[in-house]
Design a protein around this ligand. Structure first.
Ligand SMILES: [Zn+2]
Length: 379
């Protein structure tokens, strides 16, 4: 059986899935609606729309809300699929990135719906006026304190969204695995973002957010982000690598693979590119997880190769590693982030050390591959 066999297209969209509306009926009869909202950032690359989902549980609930200003669009799509905003029992987001919770405040304002969110999310979305930042981020929530985007970008794109989001009331979820409804379990799968979640439905489907995507490699966060927020996340989260960075991300991938092991024909519902280039993307969870882990092993090896020529900063490695189109505009910042995530792992296993002026130096050891392959989820 393929994804297509379970899926009925209620409304056709474009070749990337924009404007589409689908109904997925699982073997047990449990129904999930897919409501992709436009997610255009401009520039050369396209992630495709954000796939928001409504799970038609005993009472329907919504997962993800699309980009900022997509609330009206999402409510219209819900109505077209036969669900009124007031009928939604609660809403939650797969993680706190703007393309997923951008319209959360707008949806709450329109419908009064309850928001469930991980305790980390509840803390990171708040603005802490007493904690002065040195980098112009005083009016931004804790999740933004280590944001690498320049102020010109954040002032234009983020302030309004962050303000609305910081006022949300959250019904917090604590713990690594929680029963959400009779049919659904939610797992903490940090790494891409410290608050990333995956929702398993009856052992038949899993909503993975951006933790696993078809044909795109989700970028990991940096362990260094934890330094700025550890005071806010105390006492529950005390180790950077348990929620931030490449090590956390790989542990979460392994967790998803282990969970999916006993589930045959598990339908994987990602938050981007479920449908793209006029095709359905079926994800085989164990295969995709292995591919993603291999990708990171390869990248660590490539970085060590670049460092054979001598110590380099993350930016110098990024420039040597990535091709020109990826480095233009803000691309260089994303590329640098990606390199730092990998260098943090290389540092942790002794393959590199940081010397003067943030330069990474290869030590000659090659422990990264076995270190990555022995990472185990701390459930
Ligand atoms: Zn996303």
């Amino acid at each position: 059986m393929t994804l297509k066999d379970y899926t009925e297209v209620i409304r056709q969209g474009d070749s990337s899935g924009n404007g589409m509306l689908i109904r997925i009926t699982l073997p047990s009869g449990y129904t999930i609606l897919g409501l992709p909202t436009e997610n255009a950032y401009g520039g050369g690359w396209d992630l495709g729309p954000t796939w928001n989902y409504i799970l038609l549980d005993d009472k329907p609930f919504l997962v993800d809300t699309g980009k900022f200003n997509m609330g009206g669009r999402l409510l219209e799509m819900m109505r077209s699929a036969g669900v009124k905003g007031e009928e939604i029992d609660f809403v939650m987001v797969t993680h706190g990135h703007e393309d997923h919770d951008g319209s959360l405040a707008e949806i709450v304002e329109s419908t009064g719906v309850l928001v469930k969110g991980l305790d980390i999310y509840d803390r990171l979305i708040r603005i802490y006026p007493d904690r002065r930042r040195s980098n112009g981020k005083n009016n931004f929530p804790a999740s933004c304190w280590r944001c690498f985007m320049p102020e010109t970008f954040t002032k234009k794109n983020c302030i309004e969204y962050q303000r609305a989001r910081s006022r949300l009331k959250i019904d917090p979820i604590e713990g690594k695995c929680n029963k959400l409804t009779e049919s659904t379990l939610v797992y903490h799968v940090p790494g891409h973002s410290p608050d990333s979640l995956a929702i398993f439905v009856l052992g038949e489907a899993v909503l993975v957010g951006d933790t696993v995507l078809p044909d795109i490699t989700p970028w990991p966060s940096q362990e260094a982000f934890f330094d700025q927020v550890h005071e806010i996340l105390k006492p529950r989260y005390t180790a950077a690598e348990s929620i931030y960075g490449l090590r956390a991300y790989i542990k979460s991938l392994v967790k998803l693979k282990e969970l999916g092991k006993s589930m045959n024909d598990l339908i994987v519902l990602p938050a981007h590119r479920l449908f793209y280039h006029d095709q359905w993307n079926k994800i085989d969870l164990p295969t995709r997880v292995d591919e993603l882990i291999q990708h990171h092993i390869q990248r660590c090896g490539d970085i060590l190769k670049i460092l054979e020529k001598g110590p380099r900063t993350a930016r110098e490695i990024a420039v040597a590693y990535f091709k020109e189109p990826l480095l233009s505009g803000f691309g260089i910042l994303l590329a640098e982030n990606e390199i730092i995530s990998h260098c943090e792992l290389l540092n942790a296993c002794g393959d590199t050390v940081v010397e003067g002026r943030e330069k990474f130096t290869a030590t000659g050891s090659m422990a990264f591959e076995s270190a990555i392959l022995s990472l185990e989820p701390d459930w």
